[in-house]
Write a protein that binds this ligand. Structure first.
Ligand code: NAP
Length: 546
């Protein structure tokens, strides 16, 4: 029976998602002679960069690093125009990759996966469009920040105007001229969106619940010859990046700030502010994230910059974060964000002083005051890391649902595999370090590990690979423990699931860094997937019970 099942598979690997990870997976797996079917909900490739077309959408990792390293021809041939690429440019790059490596023939677009079920030896995946694909392996490359958080805002359904999540931006664009707009949320998305909408709309209300640390992006066009210099040393640069915690090459080593005078610290930080970007500002001193005094210095410096830029002192104070340490949440990078509050058509609604009561047909009520608006933009974030997987009804051995298995909090060994779900792989799953650094560098590592693993199983006549509940628990505890030693646990954020009402609290990303994580993954693979359970193909016991 199992023999027939195996031979009747549509493909070797079914992949959910055609973003950075899914595209590379399709490329690498087909290079290994495997057949692949990628199912993509969008009508084009790109994942995050397909969906997030809101004005101002831009990466906050430098383009020269936020790109594939697997092909030297690709990295030598592509020309990035800015330090941080805008959404359009990244999407163009991913389309170029899809064409260059002839990947579209493996992708079915406009196809949203609804169920994925283990049938005893492989996976049967069904889609909302009515397709069924059966495969020996299933890879969820569905994105760590791709499931929009469901709005938890009273009255939103009563709103008569236009309203949508920023990750579901209408493809035809939105006309803001002559409109009054509410933007809910001041995370990385809101910070990028506010200045762009403010240029067009009649009136913008920015609804802020928690102020974030927001620092200059330092975006600029890449200067003449700058890209050529990078390209000349790309192999070393990429090698260097692979051995870092963040997947971004280490810059010149700064010194500690602990023993410096205030004036000396300032001199360094004025320079860091002028350079811009998270690496410079988080690592202007080696001890920003470990020495409380240095951390307070940088936090004060950030607040001073706001006070110097935003003319209204009350607004400046509302925009200043004082409840958690600098860097405890992912920094937001800005271009013209604070300046936007000096415009006559922009008003900050501080929800800590004026709680958001409800949305009405014509606007919203906050602190007892009614505001009339025509458009409500929800920059409210994502059901991160696990949300895109649990949106699908995933069922493993004996029909066990992944949602049920994760009822106490998402867990997966190395963030890659889950007990009871043989031959299912997650990219950027719970316990993966990906979202804490350069996601593309992590995606390459994950995809290479997964495809190498599939190659090993094929070459060694192994039918299934899976983890054990103990191993999932041990990794999740380790992730929690490492996370608990960082400042990240000092702020409520999507790292712990606390941004989504009802989601079990657990620190989800592995904060040990890419280098340590890579070593651990490689060590396990080198020992024949130590700790994983490998069952040989056509196992007679399984076949009898199946
Ligand atoms: P986010 O960081 O989770 O921010 C969501 C915002 O919405 C927060 O200000 C949150 O307030 C607010 N919010 C949520 N529910 C609310 C409610 N019911 N009422 C009022 N306010 C509410 O989401 P994001 O800005 O989309 O960013 C998520 C992640 O995506 C980033 O951390 C980053 O990793 C990635 N990203 C990157 C870029 C880039 O590369 N530049 C751009 C966008 C996103 P509270 O804080 O009070 O919950």
């Amino acid at each position: 029976m199992q023999n027939d099942e195996v031979s009747s598979r549509d493909v070797d690997v079914v992949v959910v998602g055609a973003g950075f990870s899914g595209l590379y997976l399709a490329h690498r797996a087909t290079q290994m002679g495997l057949s692949v079917q990628v199912l993509e909900a969008g009508s084009g490739v790109g994942g995050t960069w397909f969906w997030n077309t809101y004005p101002g959408a831009r990466c906050d990792v430098e383009s020269i690093d936020y790109s594939y390293s697997f092909s030297d021809e690709l990295q030598q041939g592509w020309v990035w125009s800015e330090r941080y690429a805008a959404q359009e440019e990244i999407l163009a790059y991913l389309n170029h990759v899809a064409d260059r490596f002839d990947l579209r023939r493996h992708i079915r677009f406009d196809t949203r996966v609804s169920t994925a079920e283990f049938d005893g030896s492989g996976w049967v995946v069904t889609t909302e469009q009515g397709d069924t694909v059966s495969a020996t392996f299933c890879v969820m490359a569905s994105g760590g920040l791709s499931a929009p958080k469901k709005p938890d805002i009273a009255g939103l359904d009563d709103f008569a105007g236009q309203s949508f999540h920023t990750a579901r931006w209408p493809k035809e664009g939105v006309e803001f001229a002559g409109k009054r707009v509410a933007i809910i949320g001041t995370g990385s998305t809101g910070v990028q969106l506010v200045p762009m909408v403010a240029r067009e709309a009649d009136q913008v209300y920015v609804l802020q619940r928690t102020p974030n640390y927001v620092v200059p992006a330092g975006n600029r066009p890449l200067g003449e010859g700058e890209l050529d210099t990078v390209k000349a040393t790309y192999p070393e640069r990429r090698q260097n990046a692979r051995r870092t915690a963040s997947g971004v090459p280490a810059a010149a080593k700064p010194g500690p700030g602990k023993d410096l005078s205030d004036a000396a610290r300032r001199e360094v930080y004025e320079r860091m502010w002028a350079i811009g970007g998270a690496p410079a500002i988080l690592r202007g001193f080696t001890d920003v994230m470990t020495d409380p005094g240095v951390n307070v210095f940088v936090a004060d410096f950030a607040r001073e910059k706001i006070a110097q830029t935003v003319r209204d002192p009350e607004t400046a104070e509302s925009l200043s974060q004082r409840d958690f340490p600098f860097g405890a949440k992912r920094l937001c990078l800005e271009t013209d964000y604070f300046e936007a509050y000096n415009r006559p058509n922009v008003e900050l609604v501080d929800l800590r002083k004026k709680p958001l009561e409800r949305v009405t047909a014509g606007g919203f009520v906050a602190g007892g005051e009614e505001y009339a608006v025509d458009v409500i933009l929800l920059a409210i974030g994502f059901d991160a890391i696990s949300g895109a997987v649990t949106e699908i009804d995933v069922r493993g051995r004996d029909g066990v649902s992944l949602k049920d298995y994760w009822a106490d909090g998402p867990k997966a060994t190395l963030g890659l595999q889950v007990a009871g779900f043989p031959n299912l792989f997650l990219v950027n799953g719970p316990g993966s370090p990906a979202v804490l650094g350069n996601v593309v560098a992590f995606a390459e590592q994950h995809v290479e590990w997964i495809t190498d693993c599939i190659g090993y199983l094929r070459d060694n006549g192994v039918g299934t690979i899976e983890t054990t509940p103990e191993s999932d628990e041990t990794w999740a505890d380790h992730v929690d423990e490492v996370g608990g030693q960082t400042l990240y646990v000092r702020a409520k954020s999507w790292y712990t699931g606390e941004n989504v009402p009802g989601k079990p609290r657990r620190f989800l990303p592995y904060a040990g860094g890419l280098d340590r994580y890579r070593d651990r993954c490689d060590e396990i693979a080198a020992k024949g997937y130590d700790g994983f359970v490998l069952s040989r193909e056509h196992d007679p016991a399984e076949a009898a019970s199946g």
